[in-house]
Design a protein around this ligand. Structure first.
Ligand SMILES: [Zn+2]
Length: 500
């Protein structure tokens, strides 16, 4: 019996708002698509939470024995500055401001994104397609939507006709928005507008002569709209109907709503069985945003260099902190919460180190303890299968770590333990920590030579800071980080580090 038959998954589908049993399109297989980053700036911590959610979900499916194809795209064209199909392309703007080729911007931030995910111990997706590598497919689907009367061309741009689609389908099926209300709210269309209706959205945009990112199309030179890339790349690699589509809550409308309309319009089929959305990260109760000055980057968090932070925290502490709440709840970041997460993670990690070295005894023992060990192991799985409740799993892991500490302290001797139950308990603890939650032991220091070298660099950095040479001090920190050494600034000027 496969683990997934033993512990069947139920998950909250944003489409129905209900918890539903998971039934894959192809038995034993899971197809999952997650909207990736627009690579024009550094990923912030809120993005990290979204990708972490789906990292753990894909890890759990795999652990249960499913064969998973996880597709996560890179948006390297077409994401405009606002949702009204106006403003500049985000990547083209960055390229113009920094006098770079758009592909230089894309490469730089894609590498940065991968680096951050690696630091947080996230596994790479099975396929990571880019929008610019799928221009042909985006043009094809746009042509099909025009043929079906669901899209129209104006001055070299093509728009999706939302009211037309809504005559025979339900625009708003995912987000619950009503088209009548959308038509009435906000500003009215004026004579300058190309769109027939204000709710319409771009499938293809004409490129002005100055626009550097451009491709030939039946409607002249231009570039694709943002929503269409995800419809193309998800259905190309997962089929016209696939299991799971994920993303941050902020993408539900308009992005995911538009994805449904495009796919249903073009293929006549609902593209996705289960929509999953991860909730936001707040800081001291406030939404994280650049303008409020409370948005920080992972490297600022590791190093403790942001003004809101008392000190730095290791990637695994942050990972643990995020998994302590269910993905569908908001998660509030504070120094107190981070400090308790640091302690909590350390406790679970120490128990992990210990239990890995603990031999399984050979005797069979029927006792309350045997029942308890089995109960805890089972509860890890039933909690995780219940809408991926990592918070509940962590609560059970704490219970388990108390037992492990009893063994460590000698309060519980090995002759009291049943062989089968303990083997199951041990395997489950290790599997939940490492394979499913993706938490790994962090070494506080490396070999003695490396330690010496890092300490020399820390002294140099202190000197640079005393000399107010912040460029040099930042360079030392960033270069060390690039090779896996995280410096953490303490409150009284003392500095610690971790090596991953
Ligand atoms: Zn998307």
């Amino acid at each position: 019996m496969k683990l997934y038959e033993q512990f069947p998954i139920s998950l909250t589908n944003s489409l129905s708002g209900k918890k539903e049993p998971f039934q894959p399109v192809n038995p034993g297989h899971v197809g999952m698509y997650v909207c990736g980053p627009t690579v024009y700036s550094d990923v912030h911590l809120g993005n990290v939470r979204t990708f972490l959610t789906f990292d753990v979900i894909s890890r759990y499916f795999r652990h249960l024995g499913y064969k998973v194809r996880y597709v996560r795209n890179i948006t390297d064209v077409g994401h405009l500055e606002n949702d009204a199909d106006e403003g500049e392309d985000k990547i083209a703007k960055k390229a113009r401001l920094e006098q770079l080729e758009p592909m230089e911007v894309v490469k730089h931030y894609t590498e940065g994104f991968h680096e951050v995910l690696r630091q947080f111990n996230m596994l790479p997706p099975s396929i990571e397609p880019t929008a610019t590598a799928h221009i042909v497919e985006q043009i094809e689907i746009t042509k099909r939507l025009i043929e079906k009367g669901l899209a129209y061309e104006v001055n070299g741009s093509v728009y999706f006709d939302v009211p037309k689609y809504n005559e025979s389908h339900d625009y708003g099926i995912l987000s619950g928005r009503k088209i009548e209300e959308l038509m009435e709210s906000g500003r009215k269309l004026d004579s300058q507008d190309e769109k027939r209706n204000k709710v319409d959205f771009a499938l293809w945009k004409k490129a002005s002569p100055a626009h550097i990112m451009r491709w030939p199309s039946p409607w002249g030179d231009g570039f694709p709209g943002w929503h269409i890339e995800c419809t193309v790349m998800s259905t190309k690699y997962l089929g016209e109907t696939f299991d799971i589509h994920g993303g941050g809550m902020d993408l539900k409308f308009p992005h995911h709503e538009c994805e449904i309309a495009q796919a249903v319009g073009a293929n006549g089929k609902d593209p996705v069985h289960y929509w999953l959305h991860s909730n936001m990260l707040t800081v001291n109760g406030q939404k994280m945003s650049k303008s409020l000055g409370n948005s920080f980057l992972p490297r600022e968090l590791f190093a403790g260099t942001h003004q809101l932070l008392d000190k730095g925290y290791s990637p695994m502490t942050v990972r643990f902190f995020m998994l302590q709440s269910h993905y569908s709840s908001t998660l509030d970041f504070s120094n107190e919460a981070m400090q308790s997460a640091e302690k909590g993670f350390k406790r679970l990690a120490q128990a992990l180190t210990f239990i890995k070295k603990t031999e399984v005894p050979s005797q069979a023992v029927a006792s309350d303890l045997t029942t308890e060990l089995n109960r805890m192991a089972t509860e890890c799985y039933t909690s995780m299968s219940d809408d991926f409740n990592s918070a509940k799993v962590i609560a059970v892991l704490f219970e388990m770590s108390a037992r492990i500490n009893d063994i460590k302290s000698g309060n519980l001797t090995m002759d009291k333990l049943d062989a089968t139950a303990f083997a199951n308990f041990k395997a489950t603890y290790i599997a939940m920590m490492e394979d499913v939650l993706g938490l790994k032991e962090e070494t506080e220091s490396g070999g003695s030579h490396l330690e010496g070298v890092v300490n020399v660099l820390i002294e140099l950095r202190k000197k640079a800071r005393t000399d107010r040479n912040y460029a040099l001090s930042d360079k030392i920190r960033d270069d060390l980080q690039a090779i896996g050494v995280q410096l953490k600034d303490g409150k009284n000027g003392e500095m610690t580090y971790t090596i991953d």
